[in-house]
Design a protein around this ligand. Structure first.
Ligand code: PGA
Length: 253
């Protein structure tokens, strides 16, 4: 079986200030320097990106952004372009996170446009997908999740799949303390991998990393990472503590 390198992302959302963010980034840099077996990416808020890059630049941690607008430049008040993020050494972008889908009402069409734009600008894209509780209880998990995968990857060609990571994050598990059981998460990850095999081929299916996200903590990380189709985690709440995030990194490496 193909060995995929786990990837652990820390999505800080709208948390931290310059001082606490820099201190947290320094703890993450220390943790990643001793954990050689996985990739570590952090997604701080925009205003801290430049300062945080200076903290992590000589460590293995890479810098990501939580959002961007898929146009080169122009009259888009309040938005940030890919070129601006490249200037700040950002190499990874979150797209389709459940808070952007459900709180900020981003559509599948906008998400597909963002994926296409970011791939053309040479970023790593973390495409987040996941069902709500109502959808899960109605038995529609796979239909929703695979539909989001299909529409998010609409324009992505075989050769660009090396720059795609998929994050399966059941909406009902994000920030709630509820985690999908390792068995339930594995079943969805495996279905996503089958979808990649039929959409692309077995090479893409076996080499694409699929992270799990939704209340990942040091005490459930090991069990999730032991599943054959789970290649790391996208972490929110537990990424705001250097100690917890370091323990999750250690569990993956
Ligand atoms: P959580 O967030 O770990 O706090 O559930 C995960 C995410 O939103 O990516």
């Amino acid at each position: 079986m193909m060995q995929r390198r786990p990837i652990i992302g820390g999505n800080w959302k709208m948390n931290t200030n310059l001082e606490t963010g820099m201190a947290l980034a320094s703890q993450v840099a220390d943790a990643a320097s001793t954990a050689k077996g996985c990739d570590v990416v952090i997604y701080p808020p925009f205003p801290a990106l430049q300062a945080i890059d200076s903290v992590i630049s000589s460590s293995p941690v890479t810098l990501g952004a939580q959002n961007f607008w898929p146009e080169d430049c122009g009259a888009f008040t309040g938005e940030v372009s890919c070129e601006m993020l490249t200037d700040l050494c950002v190499t990874s972008l979150l797209i389709g996170h459940s808070e952007r889908r459900h709180v900020l009402h981003e559509s599948d069409v906008l998400i597909a446009k963002k994926v296409d734009f970011a791939i053309r600008m040479d970023f790593q894209v973390v495409l987040c997908v996941g069902e709500t509780l109502v959808q899960r209880e109605a038995g529609n998990t796979l239909e929703i999740v695979l539909g989001q995968v299909q529409s998010g990857l609409e324009s992505v060609k075989h050769d660009s799949m090396k720059n795609i990571v998929i994050a399966y994050e059941p909406v009902w598990a994000i920030g709630t303390g509820k985690t999908a059981s390792a068995e339930d998460a594995q079943a969805v990850h495996s279905a996503i991998r089958q979808e990649l095999a039929s959409r692309y081929d077995d090479d893409v299916a076996s080499s694409t990393r699929i992270q799990y996200g939704g209340s990942v903590k040091p005490d459930n990380a090991k069990e999730l990472f032991a599943c054959s189709d789970i290649d790391g985690a996208l972490v929110g709440g537990a990424a705001l503590s250097g100690e917890s995030f370091a323990a999750i990194i250690e569990a993956a490496c």
